[in-house]
Ligand binder design. Structure first.
Ligand SMILES: [Ca+2]
Length: 467
């Protein structure tokens, strides 16, 4: 009996895998469009849509199946161009099933009489969308209320969506459990927001928000019902054309999401080219606003309204964008030059509960993301630039001998020594007497900066590597 019980699950697993099919959508074949494939596919199947030089005429396609992978393939990203939709229709793809993944497809031109025609309408539980483009739809992705749903959108572009009535946006995520938006470029929405999320938890990581094509978005980011919001490593620019003068709005329709109402912004570069408005506008009653290592450059006020806890550290604010010494602000290159104070002045932001807040990546316009390579201490803003702290040494610094993990003061009395990590945090701070040796057993491999001072002057400033 025991033997049979052990064999049964493996048998079922085999059945599940072997029954999944791949349906190939190719123009001129018996499956000429996605809608035909949707009528044939079962849960667990893959739908492979071949690139075609002529865009697919896209009829509204409902996907009730679960665990689907719907992907574009071929030399380029296949384009689904919407036909005229009727009053009962919603989107090019209406995802009704759970746990669906969509990859490498362009959705364009969705329009419906209700004026919120979407590239993708999410009605199921859990959706992943990656490497897709949403261009000139009334809404790029529109997700309905679904309390248990988690949505991940990554490596996508949202270009010029919005009906122009202010109720349709590049993305509009309603009340779901969790929304993660990372490594995307969302730009030039028509009066709507570049991103609107009512999710209880929203993670906005390493994206570019911008309007280089003279788009006139409302807010760059609107989180109207609060909840937990974590922003790390984003480039967020508001141009002169913006309809609303605030870059980030939080809780402004009421803090009705699940508490705590905490908004955390780490290592973002925010640019306001308007003379007015604000960088961050939070609702009264917001519990925590933590802002560390952000660049806020341009006009307007930095923060509107007062959260209960305001935790700010190592931000760089300047009303004159040119004072930030970016590489090329006119072409939106916000890396730092050697003249920028923001270089090497960041600090380790630590954790939010068990969520690490250190910026580990950077948005990259070709790859979506690259690793953030720390050079000296962490920089302020969305990019780490190749700028080293000026290292000063005097003759007397020979008295400081670094060997392995040990540092010896061979000569100077009363030296104060400090060791910092590239993340900006201080590892050690204390006195080291003449002839004294201090060894550090627990240093994680990496680059450290050591400085030694007497009462009057800097004696030594050096980098050393633990590997
Ligand atoms: Ca640095």
């Amino acid at each position: 009996m025991l033997k049979k019980l052990l064999i049964l699950p493996a048998f079922l697993l085999f059945l599940t895998i072997s029954s999944a099919k791949i349906w190939y959508v190719v123009p001129g074949t018996s499956i000429p469009d996605p809608k035909t494939a949707a009528g044939l596919a079962s849960s667990g199947d893959t739908i492979d849509i071949a690139y075609s030089a002529v865009p697919y005429l896209a009829y509204e396609t409902k996907w009730p199946q679960h665990n689907l992978l719907i992907r574009g393939s071929g030399t380029s990203r296949p384009i689904l161009k919407a036909e005229t939709f009727s009053v009962t229709q919603k989107a090019i793809f209406v995802i009704q099933g759970n746990d669906v993944t969509i990859e490498n497809i362009e959705f364009t031109n969705a329009r419906v009489p209700d004026k919120n025609g979407a590239g993708i309408r999410s009605e199921g539980v859990n959706l992943n969308v990656r490497h897709c483009t949403f261009r000139t739809n009334e809404t790029g992705i529109l997700a309905g209320d679904k309390p248990d749903c988690k949505i991940l959108v990554e490596y996508c572009e949202f270009d010029s969506n919005g009906n122009g009535d202010g109720y349709s946006h590049n993305l509009y995520i309603n009340h779901i459990a969790e929304f993660t938006f990372r490594f995307n470029y969302t730009h030039d929405s028509k009066i709507g927001h570049l991103l609107k999320s009512r999710a209880h938890k929203t993670y906005i990581l390493y994206n570019r928000f911008d309007s280089p094509k003279n788009g006139n978005p409302s807010r760059e980011i609107d989180l109207p019902n609060g909840g937990l919001a974590i922003f790390i490593g984003n480039i967020i620019r508001q141009t002169q054309n913006a309809e609303n003068s605030n870059l980030v709005g939080y809780g402004l329709e009421g803090l009705t999401n699940t508490a705590p109402h905490d908004i955390i912004m780490i290592n973002n570069t925010l640019i306001n080219e308007k003379a007015n408005g604000s960088f961050v506008h939070v609702q009264n009653g917001t519990n925590l606003l933590k802002m560390w290592n952000n660049i806020l450059a341009g006009g307007g006020s930095t923060i509107n309204q007062s959260p209960t806890i305001l935790d700010t550290m190592s931000n760089y604010y300047t009303p004159n964008i040119s004072d930030a010494s970016f590489v090329d602000e006119n072409n939106q290159d916000y890396h730092l030059t050697t003249g920028s104070w923001a270089a090497n002045h960041g600090a380790d932001p630590g954790y939010y509960q068990d969520y690490q807040l250190l910026a580990l990546y950077e948005y990259d316009e070709v790859l979506g993301k690259i690793d953030r390579k720390f050079i000296d201490k962490i920089d302020i803003g969305a990019f780490e630039s190749d700028i080293s702290t000026t290292i000063q040494e005097t003759k007397q610094s020979h008295s400081l001998n670094i060997k392995g993990n040990c540092i010896t003061n061979t000569g100077i009395a009363g030296l104060a020594m400090k060791i910092s990590a590239v993340t900006g945090s201080d590892i050690y701070s204390g006195l080291i007497g003449a002839g004294e040796q201090k060894c550090f057993e627990n240093l994680v491999p990496g680059i450290y900066i050591i400085t030694a001072r007497t009462k009057d002057r800097l004696v030594a400033s050096r980098k050393f590597l633990i590997n």
